[in-house]
Every structure is written in C-alpha cells, then in structure tokens.
Design a protein around this ligand. Structure first.
Ligand code: FAD
Ligand code: NAG
Ligand code: NAG
Ligand code: NAG
Ligand code: NAG
Ligand code: NAG
Ligand code: NAG
Ligand code: NAG
Length: 542
C-alpha cells in the first residue's frame, strides 16, 4: 500500500498564503512530498493587495508602500522581478517628491505660514518618536513614569498630554487668519497629524491604540517606496512557481471542522477511514467539502473576529461567513477579540478637464479643520470629510488626486454613492482652495471632479477591515498567541490528537511587523517552515 501524501490546504491567496505555498512548493526536499492547494474565496489573487486602474493611471486600492527598503523581503522580490521601474506613470509618492509643493491651509482658505505650522508639527513628531521608542529623551512628557506605568495607556491620551504641556508655554498671538487664533491653529494642525496617524495604524480612535505596544513595532530602515509595476507584480511573482490548479478561486470556506482531542468518536472515525483519515474537514460555500491533514488559515483578523462570533454554530445564514467546529479554544478566541482591526480606505478623484491647473501642478494639500463643534465651521463640509488630513496628486502632474480615510469616516465613505462623494469632496476642497493662487480667476479655484473610485475594505465580507493594531487591553503577547497552531502543543497529554491541524498566518500573526505586506510574508514563511520541520524537511530555512 502506498502511504498517502500529507494534504495541506492554505486558506487565502494573499501575501501570506502565496508565500507559504511558494515555500512549501519550492523547498528542495519537499518536491512531491505534499498534496498542496490554496483555496481563495474571492475571484482574484492578492487579497489586500489590489492593483487597479483609474483615470488612465495605475493605482493601489490596498497596500501601497514598501515600508522601508532596508532588509525588506518585498523589496528584494521587487528588485529581482524588475518591478521598480515602469515606462508608464504610477502612484508614486516616494520620499520627498512633494518637498516643495506642500501647503497647509486652514478651513476658510487661510494658507498657513510654515512658522506657525512647524513648531506644533515638531511637537507631534517628537511625541510619536517617543511612543515608538526612537527617543530615549525623558523630558518630553512624564518620563519619570516607569515602563510598567504605561499599561493601559493609549497613544491618543499620551499625545494629548504632550500637547497640553506644549500649550502651557506662552506664545505670541498670530494675525491674519480670520477666526483662527494661534491656539486653534495649533490644535487643528495637531489633529491633522493625529488623523494621518489614524490612517497609518488603522486605529479609528487613537485613544484605543495601545501605548506600550507601539515601541515593539519594528520599521525597516531606508526609504519608503511604491512599486512601479504595481504591488500585484510581487504576488504574481510568488504565484508563478505554482502549477496550474494549485490556486483555486471562488472557493469560500464556510466551516472548519477539526479534532481538538482524541475521544471514542474520533477513534471510530480513524478506524472506519483507515489510512485515509484526515483530521480537518473544510466546507465550502457551494456545499462541497475537502479533507486535510493541515490547514494554514491566512484570512484577516476581521474575518476571524466574525468567525468567533459565528461560533455559536449557527450556520444557516446564506452569507454568514466562516466558523470553527468545535469553537476555537478560549486562549485563541480571546486574543482575536482583544486585538484591534480597523478600517482604512483610499479615495481616488479625477479632476475635471476644466479645473486642471494648467501650468502649475496640483499641490500636496494639508488640511486644518475647525473642530466639529465649532460655531464658525463651514456647514457645507460633510462630517465624513472633517478628519481627512491630505489631498494630493498620485504623481506630480497626475489629474488623479488621492485622500486617505480611517475609522467611522472610512466606513461612511463605503456607504455613500459617487454623487454624494463628488458633492462632499468638491464642497470641501473648494473651501480650502478659495484663496489659493487668488491672482487667477476665481472660478479656477472651484475644485471639480468628474469621477471617483474608493476602496471598500470594511464591508467586503472577505476582509471586514484593513489591518490590525494593538488595542488598549491587548499586547504584543496576543500577536504571538495568534500565531500558535492548534491543537495546542500537547506532547505530554495522553489524549493528544493529530498535531498541527490548524496553523495561522497573516499580517495579524506577526508580533513586530503586523499590519504590513512583509509581516504577512514572514508569517507565511514561518508556517511553511513549521510544516517542513514537522516532516523533517528542514532544508534551508528562510
Ligand atoms: C488600504 C490599505 C493600505 C495598505 N497599505 C499598506 C502599505 O502601504 N504597506 C504595507 O506593507 N501594507 C499595507 N497594507 C496592509 C497589507 O495589504 C496587508 O497587511 C497584507 O496584504 C495582508 O496579507 P495577508 O495575506 O495577511 O491577508 P489578505 O491579503 O487579506 O489575504 C487573505 C485572503 O483570504 C481570503 N479569504 C477571506 N475569507 C475567506 C474564506 N472564508 N474562504 C477562502 N478565502 C478567504 C481573502 O479573499 C484574501 O485573499 C494596506 C492595507 C490596506 C487595506
Ligand atoms: C526643492 O527646492 C530646492 C531649492 O529650491 C531644491 O534644491 C530641491 O531640489 C527641490 N526638491 C524637489 C524634490 O524638487
Ligand atoms: C484599562 O482600562 C479600561 C478602561 O479604559 C478598564 O476597564 C480596565 O480595568 C483597565 N485595566 C487595567 C489593568 O488598569
Ligand atoms: C468670525 O466668525 C463670525 C461668526 O461666528 C463671523 O461673523 C465673522 O465674520 C468671522 N470673522 C472673520 C474674520 O472671519
Ligand atoms: C506629466 O509630465 C510629463 C513630462 O514631465 C509628460 O510626459 C506627461 O505627459 C505629463 N502627464 C500628464 C498627465 O500631464
Ligand atoms: C449634489 O449637489 C447638487 C448641487 O449642489 C444637488 O443638486 C444634488 O442634489 C446633490 N446630490 C447629492 C446626492 O447630494
Ligand atoms: C479591488 O479593486 C477593484 C477595482 O479594480 C474594485 O472593484 C474592488 O472593489 C477592490 N476591492 C476592494 C476590497 O476594495
Ligand atoms: C525574474 C522574475 O522573477 N520574473 C517574474 C516576475 O513576475 C512575473 C509575473 O508577474 C513572473 O512570470 C516572472 O517569472
């Protein structure tokens, strides 16, 4: 009798899943060792990498930058694949390409002098460096508190304390900005930087972003760059080694049955199925099933959060997502529910022909809003625009402009129709640019778009959000728990079941690189290596 090959099923054809598949398939000692497949619920590969087209330009709906090229495996693949150069323009926001075109305007159209913007911007930058452990300077704020005292403290409250300390010192009043006093401007500039931070971290409210964990996050050194041939070229390069048929699209998993421990029922199944027994059974949306020895789950933390809420076993709903049977053990489910998973969306807007700034490129615009409660706020600006920090062309002379949204505003954006978005954005940007270049005819300052395109990461059932963060109440330990395979290591238990039935990869399982494509990459490698090691096919790890 021929021994069966171990069957490995990877759920999700995003960065983590395809990296794991690539590794399992290419490890020299593993040729023909496994029966391998990748099941993807969507109709495309890439997951949160979604390179698209808009207004004739190549754009990224999801992952955008390589966050630091020094030591990044993504950068290495991009170089090997010649993905960093292109004849056609792309969403290129590298380094200091906006150095000389950045302007800061306060609501009402008041362009702010750098001397007013910079001091408070420096305060923000120093406070963030402090959070991220880049600065050992203890004078910034509350340096006298020991590390332990920062449990349960949020980045948001730390920042506001720092701003309060800065306001404590007396500064000269500024003139010429209408109803804007220096304090209101500085508060607005600070809030603008906070809003950018919300899009970086996906924490809709910085008061829910854990302070203590912030310094554990590791950033690669070097430039942050975008990928000229599109982020998808990295995904395609990883997938290109897999034989046809390994990646199966349109295969949404709805139920994962596994065997936490041996019991009589379980012994019976093994007996009946003989050598062919496999401990994991996957159910798909079309009613089909698949048996596996090992499953690597790479679905987003948002999908896992929904799964543990589905775990009451109610599987009748049509589009009820995915659930585990039996439910995930408490240590795992609790980590899933404690960690944060927020919504970040990108909005692309194409300038109408007649509002394109002919000789001059559209600037990199930083926006300072009145607080939502302010009496003097412009009532035409919708609430979902009030925490948008910036508006800028995707490359210097592109007619496509981009803004990032986070939290409630990002979610609201998904529910609006294009006309509502066109109205709301035009009203907002026209207010900001009303006095800009006022030597020109006034009608040129009306900003009009002909079309818009937005990402929808929050409501897409295959994602249910954008990326993970360490929420107040969780910690880096929870990210490590996310990575633990099931059943939990049970070498010393008499009733141990089959090992490594469910393995977890994906950005939310990496303690120091979570929320990124390279974090997802490393996690896929980690789980592939875990299986290779289990089958004594160690080879070259990495
Ligand atoms: C707007 C935005 C901007 C970003 N910007 C950056 C950036 O600039 N730099 C950076 O490094 N990272 C960025 N990221 C994060 C980065 O995209 C992710 O961290 C990374 O792509 C996640 O990869 P993954 O494999 O862990 O998960 P995913 O890409 O989510 O892959 C999981 C796959 O599982 C599939 N799936 C879900 N449910 C099921 C099911 N029931 N059955 C079968 N398949 C299922 C999904 O369709 C998906 O394809 C950004 C993300 C977003 C949304
Ligand atoms: C910005 O302007 C300075 C001085 O005018 C110039 O040296 C620099 O190259 C410019 N930067 C960019 C990115 O254009
Ligand atoms: C952390 O803060 C939350 C509310 O902000 C509170 O309920 C909880 O008890 C706090 N935990 C600790 C350990 O202080
Ligand atoms: C300040 O706001 C008031 C309304 O509250 C308005 O009447 C007044 O014109 C504003 N002043 C300036 C200089 O914009
Ligand atoms: C942008 O400028 C380049 C030259 O600097 C030109 O070739 C290109 O056509 C311009 N693109 C647009 C959209 O104007
Ligand atoms: C958009 O604005 C126009 C004119 O200002 C108005 O007629 C239209 O009803 C608005 N549409 C929506 C969807 O708000
Ligand atoms: C991915 O991009 C396509 C456009 O190319 C878009 O239709 C789709 O909604 C995007 N997915 C998400 C989740 O934003
Ligand atoms: C050199 C190299 O790795 N080229 C790959 C780049 O990506 C494409 C897919 O987009 C592959 O087909 C190539 O093999």
């Amino acid at each position: 009798m021929v021994a069966k090959k171990p069957k490995i099923v990877i759920i999700g054809a995003g960065m983590a899943g395809l990296t794991a598949a690539n590794k399992l398939y290419t490890a020299t000692c593993s040729r023909d060792l496994f029966d391998l497949c990748v099941v993807e619920g969507g109709t495309r590969i890439g997951g949160r990498i979604n390179t698209s087209q808009f207004g004739g330009d190549r754009i990224e709906m999801g992952a955008t930058w390589i966050h630091g090229i020094g030591g990044s495996p993504i950068h290495k693949i991009a170089q090997q694949n010649h993905s960093l150069h292109s004849d056609k323009p792309w969403e290129c926001m590298d380094g200091n390409s906006y150095e000389n075109s950045t302007i800061t305007i306060a609501e009402g159209g008041y362009q702010l002098d750098p001397s007013v913007v910079e001091p408070v911007s420096m305060v923000f930058k120093n406070l963030m460096n402090h959070c991220q452990g880049k600065e050992k300077d203890t004078s910034a704020s509350n340096g006298e508190l020991g590390v332990g005292s920062w449990n349960n403290v949020s980045v948001g409250s730390f920042l506001r304390e720092g701003l309060g300390a800065y306001f404590g010192s007396v500064k000269e009043e500024v003139k010429g900005y209408g109803n804007w006093s220096r304090k209101l401007i500085e508060e607005g500039v600070f809030a603008m930087h906070e809003n950018t931070q919300r899009t970086y971290t996906s924490a809709g409210d910085l008061l829910s972003l854990d302070y203590g964990a912030e310094s554990e996050y590791i950033m690669f050194p070097g430039e942050e760059i975008t990928i000229a041939k599109g982020y998808l070229s990295i995904i395609e390069s990883l997938a290109s080694v897999l034989p046809l048929g390994v990646v199966q699209l349109g295969r949404k998993v709805t139920k994962i049955e596994w065997q936490p421990q041996k019991d009589e029922d379980f012994e019976m199944k093994v007996l009946v199925n003989g050598c062919c027994f496999r401990p994991v059974k996957l159910h798909f949306c079309d009613g089909s099933v698949m048996h596996a020895d090992h499953v690597i789950i790479t679905v987003s933390l948002g999908v896992l959060k929904a799964a543990i809420n589905n775990d009451d076993g109610d599987d009748d709903g049509e589009d009820s997502g995915m659930f585990f049977c039996p439910s995930l053990p408490p240590f795992k489910a609790e980590a899933i529910s404690r960690l944060g998973f927020g919504v970040v969306n990108k909005l692309f807007m194409q300038l109408s022909q007649n509002t394109q700034h002919e000789k001059q490129h559209f600037p990199f615009l930083q926006m300072v809003f009145h607080s939502p409660q302010s009496e003097v706020r412009n009532k035409k600006i919708p609430w979902w625009m009030r925490r948008t920090a910036t508006l800028f062309p995707i490359y210097k002379n592109s007619s496509v402009l981009l803004s990032w949204f986070a939290g409630e505003e990002a979610l609201a954006l998904e529910s609006l129709n294009d006309e509502e978005i066109l109205n709301g954005t035009s009203a907002t940007f026209s207010t900001f640019l009303s006095h800009y270049n006022s030597d020109k005819k006034s009608h040129q300052n009306e900003v009009k778009f002909c079309k818009v395109l937005k990402s929808k990461w929050g409501t897409d059932p295959l994602f249910l959000g954008s990326y993970s963060y360490v929420a107040v109440g969780s910690s880096g330990d929870d990210l490590d728990i996310m990575a633990e395979p099931l059943p939990k290591d049970n070498n010393f238990q008499p009733h141990a079941s089959f090992p490594l039935q469910i393995l977890f990869a994906g950005e939310a399982t990496h303690r120091t690189h979570y929320s990124t494509t390279h974090g997802a990459y490393f996690s896929g490698l980690r789980e592939a290596n875990r299986l290779l090691q289990h089958y004594h096919c160690v080879g070259i790890i990495n």
